[in-house]
Design a protein around this ligand. Structure first.
Ligand SMILES: [Zn+2]
Ligand SMILES: [Zn+2]
Length: 420
């Protein structure tokens, strides 16, 4: 049989990389806890309606990118393409929309989109995101943005740029869509094929199209000039709070974030080192979504960060430090196979004391075992057990770096290893 391969756009994460993932996740959990967030884990599969009702039927995530299938019961099921809709579904199902309190969740895990694989864009990718329910305050937007930048700094990232915009409330939306259509209808010929279609069902997305022709004709459109007075005040308060926090940002009048459910504040963090796919993450306020998905009217704000991109941007910096501070390491070798059971017991005893222990379980000469030890624990110790050692209650300890050997009582062993 020809060996099987992973599906295009999906990746195996091997140990040399997974330690970086663990480090990023650990840092994130610590920071999120400081801000009062607790983890929610939702299923990777949902009824497709969770996404069509929230993202909108016209959203490209739904029409082009969602993994959609019929399950054995004939239900229409989707692999989650993003986290917010799932968390909102769970929030409503649990009845939390009726409590009137403030709820802060974070999530962490894989998302799925059928995109053309390229650098920083995978079909299974991973996000860390937060959602805050129950606050309409602009200062909540500012705190969420602050948390986003705190996470990036916590992962050792620098030189990123924060972009901010207001895309207006529900009442503004009809007016905004109308104005965009009006402004662009005479320029239809200049628009890319995708944007010609968007003009009808999703004109906001034309504003963040990367095609030069589309950028040129939409350059004069400023969303901020189309939003109502109250949305403008909201934006000003967010901006003022960010200034007070010494968080530099730029107002990007074309920032719309692709998803249908955002209202008012939208933000994005980009990193110049990432090339064309330069967004590390982003989010915004979604005051209408809980109600749109069948819950009470609850304001909310959140963000999501793409972890593959964080790892790309952080390569060579920060997050790997964690893995170097590791427990002392030993390799337990036995002179003959008869001592393997005792070696196994010694390794287990040391693990109980927090020592990372490998143990030889194969019938192989001591010389080969020591070669193995120099690979597994290059800066640690080989602990050698023979018939004599066991009879005298001692262990021969070999420092792998220097090759120096000494015999130690079993009782002295741990202290000695921990001191090194
Ligand atoms: Zn408004
Ligand atoms: Zn376009």
């Amino acid at each position: 049989m020809v060996p099987l391969k992973a599906l295009g756009g999906t990746s195996d994460i091997f140990p040399e990389e997974s330690s970086r993932w663990q480090s990023i996740e650990k840092t994130a959990r610590e920071i999120l806890t400081l801000y009062g967030y607790q983890e929610i884990r939702t299923p990777l599969i949902e009824e497709a309606a969770v996404f069509t009702s929230s993202l909108g039927d016209a959203a490209e995530i739904v029409t082009k990118q969602m993994y959609l299938f019929q399950d054995r019961g004939g239900r229409s099921v989707a692999l989650r393409p993003e986290g917010t809709a799932c968390v909102v579904r769970a929030f409503i199902e649990r009845g939390l929309d009726k409590t009137g309190g403030l709820t802060r969740f974070y999530y962490l895990g894989p998302m799925f989109r059928a995109e053309r694989p390229q650098a920083g864009r995978r079909r299974q990718f991973h996000q860390i995101g937060v959602e805050v329910f129950g606050s309409a305050s602009p200062y909540q937007d500012a705190e969420v943005i602050l948390l986003l930048t705190r996470l990036l700094k916590g992962w050792g990232l620098e030189g990123f740029q924060l972009n901010l915009n207001s895309i207006g409330c529900k009442e503004d939306r009809t007016k905004i869509l109308h104005k965009i259509r009006e402004a662009l209808s005479s320029w239809q010929a200049e628009l890319c094929p995708d944007c010609k279609g968007r003009l009808g069902n999703n004109p906001l997305r034309i504003l963040d199209c990367k095609e030069p022709g589309c950028q040129k004709v939409s350059a004069g459109i400023d969303l901020f000039e189309m939003v109502c007075e109250s949305c403008r005040r909201h934006f000003d308060s967010v901006a003022e709070a960010l200034k007070g926090l010494h968080l530099p940002f730029e107002r990007d009048p074309h920032l719309v974030r692709g998803l249908d459910y955002y209202t008012r504040t939208a933000f994005e963090v980009i990193h110049p080192g990432l090339g064309a796919q330069n967004a590390l993450g982003g989010g915004g306020r979604y005051d209408e979504l809980v109600e749109r998905m069948g819950g009470a009217s609850v304001p909310a704000v959140g963000f999501a960060i793409g972890l593959e991109r964080v790892l790309m941007a952080a390569s060579g910096s920060g997050p790997t430090g964690e893995e170097r501070r590791q427990a002392p390491q030993v390799f337990v070798a036995s002179v003959s196979p008869a001592q393997i059971p005792e070696a196994l017991a010694l390794a287990e005893e040391l693990r109980g004391q927090g020592v990372r222990a490998f143990v030889n379980l194969e019938e192989r000469p001591l010389k080969r075992q020591l070669e193995q030890a120099s690979k597994s624990v290059p800066s640690g110790f080989a602990l050698i057990l023979g018939e004599d050692e066991i009879a005298q209650g001692v262990v021969t300890v070999r420092a792998m770096k220097t090759g120096q050997q000494e015999q130690l009582n079993r009782s002295e062993l741990l202290g000695k290893i921990l001191r090194k």
